[in-house]
Design a protein around this ligand. Structure first.
Ligand SMILES: [Zn+2]
Length: 72
């Protein structure tokens, strides 16, 4: 898991290429990953979900506020 869960927002004048990457481009790993999920239609919590994108196995989930490095 070499990538940060939360992206760092570019400066307003960072340029179109930087903003395009920030808005649209994500890593799409095959296998084990940790993602931020938002329970928008429920309690509004942010979760860190530890899962496998190939097997769809869920290893676990935790509230993002309790996970070091999950937020800003
Ligand atoms: Zn919830």
């Amino acid at each position: 898991m070499g990538h940060a869960l939360a992206l760092e927002r570019p400066a307003p004048d960072a340029g179109a290429q930087v903003w395009d990457d920030y808005v649209h481009n994500r890593e799409n790993p095959a296998g084990e990953t940790r993602d931020l999920w938002y329970h928008g239609l429920g309690c509004g919590a942010w979760l860190v979900v530890h899962r496998n994108t190939v097997t769809h196995e869920i290893y676990g989930a935790a509230l993002a506020r309790d996970v070091k490095g999950a937020g800003q």
